[in-house]
Design a protein around this ligand. Structure first.
Ligand code: MN3
Length: 202
């Protein structure tokens, strides 16, 4: 059983004006689908076929560029789509809100730190909010399609929210204005979904 492209949980234009429909369509049907196709090719006929994507990432041979780039790309975008919603925005609640305030002082403090991680990632990569066993949260960023499940990468927590800062994620609408794209992201974050990931992995 090979990996599949997950259903996008909303229409391409659902996140406008924050993320435009053309970007969403290309990002999902071309970029994500490309990572998926190459991931399946990389594991076909190997002992990785049939393993979960998380198990593959945690056991990653970091010298296997095809598996690293495409396994990361597949997983990262699955998490990214789910963490956004046309009904998103606002602030988290419950245990996740308490963990964020405990680490960053306030939601505003979290937002500053997360935006800085996303803005200061040189070239292509991701900003992450991660949870460690016991429930503490941490922000980090990683290059290319790496993520914190891979050995020795980032803060080493379990990612619960990721922001794609590759140019393909924003260039059509925002051109070089990555900070504007980062600001817009807060209008579509699905905090209920992020909280569910927090509860599942704390
Ligand atoms: Mn992308």
């Amino acid at each position: 059983m090979s990996f599949q492209l997950p259903n996008l949980p909303y229409a391409y234009d659902a996140l406008e004006p924050h993320i435009d429909a053309r970007t969403m369509e290309i990002h999902y049907t071309k970029h994500h689908n490309g990572y998926l196709t190459k991931l399946n090719a990389a594991i076909e006929g190997t002992d990785l076929a049939g393993k979960s994507i998380e198990a593959i990432l945690k056991g990653m041979d970091m010298n296997n560029a095809a598996l690293r780039n495409n396994g990361g790309g597949y997983y990262n975008h699955c998490l990214f789509w789910e963490a956004m919603s046309p009904k998103g925005g606002g602030e988290p609640a419950g245990d996740l809100a308490a963990a964020i305030s405990g680490k960053f002082g306030s939601f505003a403090g979290f937002r500053d730190a997360f935006s800085n991680a996303a803005a200061s990632r040189f070239g292509s990569g991701w900003a992450w909010l991660c949870v460690h066993p016991g429930g503490k949260v941490e922000i980090c960023s990683t290059a290319n399609q790496d993520n914190t499940l891979m050995p020795g990468i980032g803060c080493g927590g379990h990612p619960i929210l990721g922001l794609d800062v590759w140019e393909h994620a924003y260039y059509l609408h925002y051109q070089n204005r990555r900070p504007d794209y980062i600001d817009a992201f807060y209008n579509v974050i699905n905090w209920g979904q992020v909280a569910a990931e927090y509860e599942a992995h704390k």
